[in-house]
Design a protein around this ligand. Structure first.
Ligand code: MG
Length: 392
C-alpha cells in the first residue's frame, strides 16, 4: 500500500475527427442526423460522423499523474458526468494502489439499479486504467510487469477494417498492408457490398493461401443464416468469424459455435467476467476478444485468465481511441499467455499515433509494447490541443 492518495480527477473529450467515417464512406440510404450520428444499414448500429474518445486524468497528492480512457463515440458527456458526479467523490482520497478493491467497490455501488454495463462501466474502465497507470509509476514498473508479465516485447497485430468504397479498393488496401509485413486481416460484413463470401474469396485471391482472413458479422445474422454463411465461406478458409448473432441470444451463439465448423469469436461488447462466463461456461465461443475500453485492466485480466483456464484463444479487440487504452490493452495482453493476435485499427491508429508521442508502434505486423513505468504513454502536446475539458 502506498501513502499517496488520489487528489484530483479531470475528464476530457478528445476530438478524433477524420475525413472518412469509421468503416468507410456512407452507403446509399445512410445519412448523418442533426446530432452527427448515422446508422449503418448493414448492422443497424449507430456511429458518429466525427469520432471521439473520453480521457481521464487522475492526479495524486504527491503529483503522480495517471491516464485512463474509454469510449466517447456516442454521448461522451454522459460518461463524463458519471465520472464527475458519481465516481470522483469515491475515488478522491483513496490509495491508488488499492485498484482492484476500489474497482469492485465502485462496481457494486450501482448493482441494485441494474447498471452492470453500458456507460457506467465504461466510466469505471477509464478510472481503473488510470489507477493502474499510477500504481505502475509508483512502483517504477510497466503495467505489464506489475501484472507479472514475462519479457514479452511485442504482440502480433491484425489489420482490421478496410475502409474503401469498392471491393477492388479494399483488396488493394489489404495488399498495401501485406507489403508492410502484415499477414492477418479482418473485414466487416456490414460494408462488404457484394457479400461476405465474395469479399473473402477476393481477399484470399490477392493475399494468398497463407494470409489469415477473418470476417466480423457484427451481430447481424440469425443463427441459421450465420451457419449457412459459414459453410459457404469454408472453402476460402476464414481465420475466424466474429459476433454472428445478437449478443443477448447466448443459446443462438452456442448453436452457431457448435454447427458453423469455423472458429467463432466474441467479446468486444463485454464489460466484466460475468459477461464472459455466461458464454464461456456454455461453450458458446472459441475465441474471446476483450475490449479494454469497456473492461478496464482489472476486468480485462479476469476475462483473459478465465479464457486461458478454459483453453480458449485470446485476441483482444481495439476500437477507436487516442492510444491510451490501446497501450493499456497491450500492457495487459503481455501478461496473458499466448495472445494469438491483437486487433490493429489502422484507420484510427495511424492518423493519431502521434497523440501518444510516437511511443506506440505497430510496424511490420507487430505491436511494440511500451516499457516505461505505468502504461508507458502520455498525451502529446498535439493531443492536448484536441482535448476539451468537461468540468464537474
Ligand atoms: Mg467487431
Amino acid at each position: 500500500m502506498s501513502q499517496d492518495v488520489v487528489e484530483r480527477i479531470a475528464v476530457f473529450v478528445v476530438d478524433l475527427r477524420q475525413d472518412k467515417p469509421y468503416l468507410g464512406e456512407l452507403r446509399d440510404g445512410e445519412s448523418v442526423n442533426p446530432s452527427g450520428y448515422f446508422v449503418r444499414n448493414g448492422n443497424r448500429t449507430v456511429y458518429p460522423r466525427a469520432n471521439r474518445s473520453l480521457v481521464v486524468q487522475l492526479t495524486t497528492k504527491e503529483g503522480v499523474i495517471g491516464w485512463g480512457e474509454t469510449y466517447g463515440l456516442v454521448a461522451p458527456k454522459a460518461t463524463a458526468e458519471i465520472i464527475n458526479d458519481l465516481l470522483a467523490g469515491f475515488v478522491i482520497g483513496r490509495d491508488p494502489c488499492d485498484r482492484k478493491g476500489l474497482h469492485d467497490e465502485l462496481y457494486g455501488l450501482m448493482r441494485v439499479r441494474g447498471y452492470t454495463g453500458g456507460f457506467y462501466l465504461d466510466a469505471l474502465a477509464a478510472v481503473d486504467i488510470a489507477l493502474w497507470d499510477i500504481a505502475g509509476k509508483l512502483s517504477s514498473l510497466s503495467v505489464a510487469a506489475l501484472l507479472g508479465a514475462s519479457k514479452m516485447t511485442s504482440i502480433a497485430a491484425y489489420v482490421s477494417g478496410l475502409p474503401e468504397n469498392t471491393l477492388n479498393e479494399r483488396c488493394a488496401l489489404a495488399e498495401c498492408w501485406q507489403e508492410l509485413g502484415f499477414d492477418s486481416f479482418k473485414f466487416a460484413l456490414p460494408v462488404a457490398d457484394q457479400g461476405a463470401s465474395a469479399e473473402l474469396r477476393a481477399l484470399r485471391k490477392v493475399l494468398g493461401e497463407d494470409a489469415r482472413i477473418a470476417c466480423d458479422f457484427h451481430w447481424s445474422l440469425s443463427k441459421t443464416d450465420a451457419v449457412q454463411l459459414a459453410h459457404t465461406m469454408a472453402s476460402d478458409r476464414p481465420w475466424f468469424l466474429e459476433a454472428p448473432v445478437a449478443t443477448e441470444e447466448i443459446e443462438d451463439l452456442r448453436w452457431v459455435a457448435q454447427h458453423a465448423g469455423e472458429a467463432i469469436a466474441v467479446g468486444e461488447e463485454w464489460r466484466t467476467l460475468y459477461d464472459a462466463r455466461a458464454r464461456i461456461d456454455r461453450e458458446a465461443c472459441h475465441i474471446v476478444q476483450p475490449e479494454i475500453g469497456h473492461t478496464g485492466i482489472t476486468q480485462f485480466m479476469r476475462i483473459g485468465r478465465y479464457a486461458q483456464e478454459h483453453n480458449l484463444r485470446i485476441m483482444p479487440h481495439a476500437t477507436i481511441g487516442s492510444g491510451i487504452f490501446l497501450a493499456a490493452s497491450l500492457q495487459a495482453s503481455a501478461a496473458l499467455r499466448d495472445v494469438e493476435a491483437h486487433e490493429f485499427q489502422h484507420s484510427i491508429f495511424e492518423p493519431f499515433r502521434h497523440f501518444t508521442g510516437e511511443l506506440l508502434q505497430c510496424d511490420t505486423g507487430v505491436y511494440r509494447i511500451p516499457n516505461a513505468p505505468g502504461l508507458g504513454v502520455e498525451p502529446s502536446e498535439v493531443m492536448r490541443s484536441h482535448m476539451t475539458p468537461i468540468p464537474a
